[in-house]
Ligand binder design. Structure first.
Ligand SMILES: C[S@@+](CC[C@H](N)C(=O)[O-])C[C@H]1O[C@@H](n2cnc3c(N)ncnc32)[C@H](O)[C@@H]1O
Length: 305
C-alpha cells in the first residue's frame, strides 16, 4: 500500500492563502460545484475526501445531515475546526485526519462523497480510488485533473495513452490523468460514470494579463467559462468533474456504538488492518492489531504511524 500524504503542514503553510488573487478560478469552481452538488441528493452521510480546511462545505453543509472532512493535513483540519466549529459542536460535522490510501471507514460508510483538487496528489490513483470508492454506497463527484486538456494539446505536451503524466518537483509532484483511464478504473470498482463539467477552462488568464485588461475582459471570460463548463466536458479544461453512481444499490453498514460515542464511530474501522475498533473515551483501539487512535478534540487522528 503506497502511503503518501502531500505536505500541507511544513513552513507554516496555510492553504487558505492559495486563494488570494485567484478570483476567476475560485468563481469558476464555485459555479460548477453549486450546480453539481445537487446531483448528490440529500445524503445522510457525506465524505469530503481531501477536504482541506472545509472550503467546499458551503456547498453541502445544508444538504447533508452529517458530513466528514477527511484530510491528511493537521493545519488544514485545525482551520476547518475553526471555520466549521458550530457544525462540529452540533455533531453534524466530523474532521478525520487520515491518509486517503488507508482510510478508517467501513465499506459503504457514506451515501455520497466528493473529492476536489486532490487527485493530482495521488501517485497510486487506482489504489486510492478503490479505497475511497469502497466507502461510498451511492454517488461520488470527482474532480479529475486531466493531461489532455486543450491548453496541453496546444502546447504539444504528452497527452496520449492511459498513463498519468507527472509534473511539479520531486518533493511536490503533481499527477495528471487520462479521463478514460480514471473512468475505466471506476467501472472496474462497480460504478457508472459520466463527465458533468469542464472547469477552469481559461486557467490563469487573469494572472497573465495586466489588471486593466482583466477588468475589461472579465465579464466576457465568465460567459465563455460558463459555456465551456458544459460544452468542454471531457476535453477542454484541466479540471473535469465526473459523477459516479454505484451500479448496485448501497448496503447498510453502521455498527452499534457505545453510549456517549458519536455515531460516526459505527462507520469506522482500523485503517491499518480493517479490524473492528473498541471505542473508549478519547481512544479507539483495534481489536485485531491493537493500534490505537485518538479521537479527543475536534480532529480525530486516524493516521498510521
Ligand atoms: C489542494 S488541497 C484541496 C482541499 C479541498 N479539497 C479544496 O478544494 O479546497 C489538497 C488537499 O488534499 C490533501 N491530501 C493530499 N494528499 C493526501 C492524502 N494522501 N491523504 C489525505 N489527504 C491528502 C491535502 O492535505 C490538502 O488538504
Amino acid at each position: 500500500m503506497v502511503q503518501t500524504i502531500a505536505d500541507y503542514d511544513s513552513n507554516e503553510y496555510d492553504y487558505r492563502t492559495y486563494w488570494d488573487g485567484r478570483d476567476y478560478e475560485r468563481w469558476a469552481e464555485e459555479r460548477a460545484l453549486g450546480r453539481l452538488i445537487r446531483l448528490l441528493g440529500t445524503p445522510d452521510w457525506l465524505a469530503d475526501f481531501g477536504g482541506g480546511y472545509g472550503r467546499n462545505a458551503v456547498h453541502y453543509r445544508d444538504r447533508a445531515r452529517h458530513y466528514v472532512i477527511v484530510d491528511g493535513s493537521a493545519t488544514n483540519l485545525r482551520n476547518a475546526a475553526v471555520e466549521l466549529g458550530a457544525d462540529v459542536a452540533a455533531g453534524r460535522a466530523f474532521l478525520v485526519r487520515s491518509d486517503l490510501n488507508a482510510l478508517p471507514f467501513r465499506p459503504y460508510a457514506f451515501d455520497a462523497a466528493i473529492v476536489v483538487r486532490v487527485l493530482h496528489h495521488l501517485p497510486d490513483l487506482d489504489g486510492a480510488l478503490a479505497r475511497m470508492a469502497g466507502t461510498v454506497g451511492g454517488r461520488f463527484l470527482l474532480d479529475v485533473p486531466i493531461k489532455h486538456h486543450l491548453l496541453a494539446r496546444l502546447r504539444g505536451g504528452p497527452v496520449r495513452g492511459a498513463d498519468p503524466v507527472r509534473t511539479g518537483t520531486s518533493e511536490s509532484p503533481f499527477w495528471n490523468f487520462q479521463l478514460d483511464a480514471v473512468r475505466h478504473a471506476m467501472t472496474r470498482y462497480g460504478w457508472r460514470t459520466r463527465p458533468v463539467a469542464s472547469v477552469n477552462n481559461l486557467r490563469r488568464w487573469d494572472r497573465l494579463l495586466p489588471g486593466g485588461a482583466v477588468r475589461v475582459l472579465d465579464p466576457a471570460v465568465r460567459v465563455v467559462e460558463l459555456a465551456a463548463q458544459r460544452l468542454g466536458r471531457g476535453w477542454w479544461g484541466p479540471s473535469q468533474f465526473v459523477l459516479a453512481q454505484r451500479v448496485r444499490g448501497p448496503r447498510s453498514v453502521a455498527a452499534d456504538v457505545p453510549p456517549g460515542v458519536p455515531l460516526l464511530a459505527g462507520r469506522m474501522c482500523c485503517p491499518a488492518c480493517r479490524g473492528r475498533l473498541a471505542w473508549a473515551p478519547a481512544v479507539a483501539t483495534c481489536l485485531t492489531c491493537a493500534t490505537t487512535y485518538r479521537w479527543d478534540g475536534p480532529v480525530w487522528d486516524f493516521t498510521i504511524r
